[in-house]
Design a protein around this ligand. Structure first.
Ligand code: F6P
Length: 357
């Protein structure tokens, strides 16, 4: 008998259910007797002992369903060691609940913050296996995270729709794509949607270079310009500020996000109308794309294999087209960012895309 705890933590994404289904199906199909404890709403469920017992049937029919059947929440790692409002030691509470239920292991699905806590629990002696989820694809130790391709599809569709209206009206359009820290989603959706300018956190922009690129397009006879802007895009001047100074600037800013600031600056410098579209959380919603269904199912099955072998302390990741197990200590606390000198950026520039640098 294996007693498995399972939780999904952090911002949700597509294919969380597909991944959990993969874990459970692979365990059950091996003939292993399994008890599954589904902790509700991320680490909160483990802290407060809020769980429901699940069977194989609960994982039937969820391959194509977005969101997570367990619910999710953000439990910031930076406060995980602080007592809660009632003085409860959260780390000790998680350990106690794990031991009280006599779990053999905990399966944790999450992104960066989630992996820091998962690694802490490993250090505290719990058996943990993790799966890499996030639409940002910024998790260290894996070339790909599930949720990413589905989000690329949605953001691309948004840019495609903007393309037709932009062409009709001869306007400048900005599409703001999710990603506060990294630009994988914006770069991929931007390239797939034929954006003319792409702004990502890894390449600080100069507004004059953006205006130059817009004017160059006009000279070449183009009536419109599409700019894909990551939530975390940053100007060259702002990139020089300390984290604190930049935070202060954002708090005082009259713009709801960087896209609106870029739009206002383009209007001021060119006199041209600029429209901003923010697809926001739609990028994390809906049914996973076929790639993510297959990918998450494979990762889940491999996690099941690790559990059957009693190999714990790993994230199941994907590197060089192979599914691999990555030690949690190698993942936790690191961010995978786009390299501005990477071939994909160079190729995008060869296609005439401006990064405003
Ligand atoms: O989970 C990743 C992500 O979707 C980022 O792309 C985005 O910046 C952030 O979460 C949004 O967070 P929240 O859902 O808490 O607003």
């Amino acid at each position: 008998m294996k007693r498995i705890g399972m939780l999904t933590s952090g911002g949700d994404c597509q294919a969380l259910n597909a991944a959990m289904r993969g874990v459970v199906k692979s365990l059950l199909n091996s003939g292993q007797d399994v008890e599954i404890y589904g902790f509700l709403n991320g680490y909160r469920g483990l802290i407060y002992g809020d769980f429901k017992m699940l069977t194989g049937r609960d994982f039937s029919g969820i391959l194509t369903v977005g969101g997570t059947i367990l619910g999710s929440s953000r439990t910031p790692f930076k406060t995980i060691k602080d007592p809660d409002e009632n003085g409860l030691n959260k780390v000790e509470a998680m350990k106690q609940n794990y031991h009280k239920l006599q779990l053999d292991c905990l399966v944790v699905l999450g992104g960066n913050g989630t992996h820091k806590t998962a690694n802490l629990l490993r250090e505290e002696g719990l058996n943990v296996v993790t799966l890499p989820k996030t639409i940002d694809n910024d998790l260290y130790g894996t070339d790909m995270t599930f949720g990413f391709q589905s989000a690329v599809d949605i953001a691309t569709e948004c840019i495609d729709c903007i393309h037709t209206t932009a062409a009709s009206h001869g306007r400048i359009f900005i599409v703001e794509v999710m990603g506060h820290k990294v630009g994988y989603l914006t770069l991929n959706a931007g390239m797939a949607g034929g954006a003319d300018i792409i702004l990502i956190p890894e390449i600080p922009y100069d507004i004059d270079k953006i205006v130059e690129a817009v004017k160059q397009r006009e000279k070449n006879g183009s009536k419109f310009t599409i700019i894909a802007v990551a939530e975390g895009a940053i100007s060259k001047e702002d990139a020089k500020l300390s984290k604190k100074e930049y935070q202060k600037k954002l708090e005082k800013s009259k713009y709801p996000s960087v896209s609106y600031e870029v739009a206002a600056q383009i209007l001021e410098k060119t006199g041209q109308e600029v429209r901003v579209t923010v697809p926001g959380h739609t990028q994390r919603g809906g049914s996973p794309c076929p790639y993510d269904r297959v990918f998450a199912s494979r990762l889940g099955a491999e996690a099941g294999k690790l559990i059957l072998k009693g190999e714990y302390g790993f994230m199941v990741g994907y590197r060089n087209r192979e599914i691999v197990k990555v030690p949690l200590e190698d993942v936790a606390g690191k961010l995978k960012m786009l390299d501005p000198d990477s071939t994909i950026i160079k190729e995008a520039k060869m296609l005439g895309i401006s990064f405003g640098d």
